[in-house]
Each structure stands twice: as structure tokens, then as C-alpha cells.
Ligand binder design. Structure first.
Ligand SMILES: [Zn+2]
Length: 161
């Protein structure tokens, strides 16, 4: 049975704490806690810690997950034209689809591939457009979170975007 200070409502589980450490007055047994209305605070503290934990989890897991989903669905939101090469110089216009895929460490589509490959690793995202097996356009973007995206989209003849 915990003990409670009748003066400052300090509560302790120490049965042998006869005097309140805060105001040095004799402490009573806890049967009087309810009548003093001192029971609301501890659950509230627990809920606050739990809420903080949930918020931290949402920030750590939810935000990158939502970001990765956004990248997968609408990569154009993050991409800007990169010119003749990406920022690392590993993807250049005129490259073959095979060499480009080797540089990106992904499986290459057929040799005469036309279409786009959207590739994201860590905080970097690339969208490379191919025409009959050669790189013709490079777009690059940087994200504030980690993504892993590999999306190969063949271009349907006569239905160009
Ligand atoms: Zn006290």
C-alpha cells in the first residue's frame, strides 16, 4: 500500500517512508489518495509518453513510407531535367540501356527498349527515358528521405506522353 503526503500529495511506494521528502511532514497511507483527488495525473503522463512515441513512429516510419509511395506514383513531383548526365556522371545520354542498367545495378529490359526507367535509392531519384535502346533524356531529383524505387515503363507505340 503506497503512502501519500497530506500536505503536497507526494505519493511513494516505499512503505517505510514516514516523512515526506519534499515538505518533511508525516505521510499517511494511500487509502486517502482518492479523497485527495490525486489519481488523475499519472495516467495522463503515461498517455503523453505514449502519444510522443506514436508521433515519433509516424515521423520515422510513416513519413518516408508516404514519401516513397508518392515517389512511386508521381515521380515527376521531384524530378528536374538533368541535361546530358546525372549528377554522378554514371548515366549519360546516348548510353545503351544495358550499360545504364548496369550503372544503376538493375536488370536490363530488352536491347531496343523504348520507355522510361524510374530509379530511386537513398535520397536520389532518376528518371531515364530511352528510345530504341539509347538514353535520350535524364531527370534527377533529391529527396529528404530514403526511397527504393525501380519502375520500368515501356512506351506503347503511338501513345506517347
Ligand atoms: Zn509533502
Amino acid at each position: 500500500m503506497p503512502r501519500v503526503c497530506g500536505n503536497c500529495k507526494y505519493v511513494t511506494d516505499d512503505l517505510f517512508a514516514n516523512d515526506c521528502p519534499l515538505c518533511l511532514r508525516p505521510m499517511a497511507m494511500s487509502s486517502r489518495v482518492g479523497s485527495m483527488g490525486g489519481t488523475a495525473a499519472p495516467p495522463r503522463g503515461w498517455f503523453t509518453r505514449r502519444t510522443l512515441l506514436v508521433v515519433a513512429l509516424v515521423l520515422l516510419v510513416g513519413l518516408p513510407a508516404a514519401g516513397a509511395a508518392t515517389v512511386a506514383v508521381a515521380p515527376t513531383l521531384f524530378l528536374e531535367p538533368a541535361g546530358d548526365a546525372d549528377s554522378l556522371g554514371s548515366i549519360r545520354t546516348g548510353m545503351t540501356v544495358r550499360d545504364a542498367c548496369t550503372a544503376l545495378d538493375i536488370e536490363a529490359p530488352p536491347r531496343a527498349f523504348s520507355g522510361t526507367i524510374t530509379w530511386g535509392r537513398s535520397g536520389r531519384i532518376l528518371r531515364v527515358r530511352f528510345n530504341t535502346g539509347k538514353v535520350v533524356n535524364i531527370e534527377e531529383g533529391h529527396l529528404p528521405f530514403t526511397v527504393t524505387v525501380t519502375k520500368v515503363q515501356p512506351e506503347v507505340p503511338g501513345r506517347q506522353r
